[in-house]
Design a protein around this ligand. Sequence first.
Ligand SMILES: [Cu+2]
Length: 175
Amino acid sequence: MSIQSPAAGWFKAPSGSERVWIGIAMAWCIVMTIAMPYWLFFGKQNSTGEAYRVTPADFAARVGTFVESHKVGELQGVPIVEPAPGGDAYLLARMWQWFPVLKLRKGQTYRVHISSMDLQHGFSLQPLNMNFQVLPTYDHVLTLTPTSAGEFTIVCNEFCGIGHHLMTGRILVEE
Ligand SMILES: [Cu+2]
């Protein structure tokens, strides 16, 4: 509610280029509105929505077991872990780290369990720009099949405190 009412006759119908811009904006709204359900059914990068309840302590224990049994190296002090093709992989988010580094094989399918130890983080896989929310007490399982080899970066895209910009991780994909 405004403090004062506008003077009578304040409204002037849009005309000229203003009408064109309103038309362009309207058309784009319609395109984007159609894109959302289209992508839900035809997109190839959607989560299946598979998720389970888990306490941070239980999830950390699973990550620990996973790292112990599948560790193949280290990158800047973070273990590199290679899950069995077709198997489960675990990725833990916490202020301000993605743990561990995952090493995957191109064309193999993995079940990547992702959860947070503390607060909400955002899993953003670059340069593919695949984005998923990462929440504590919530084990989100991504069924993931790398289609190209290379080094991929995970950045946190949910502001999570003073070290947010340092929160990057790696997924290494081999042929
Ligand atoms: Cu974060």
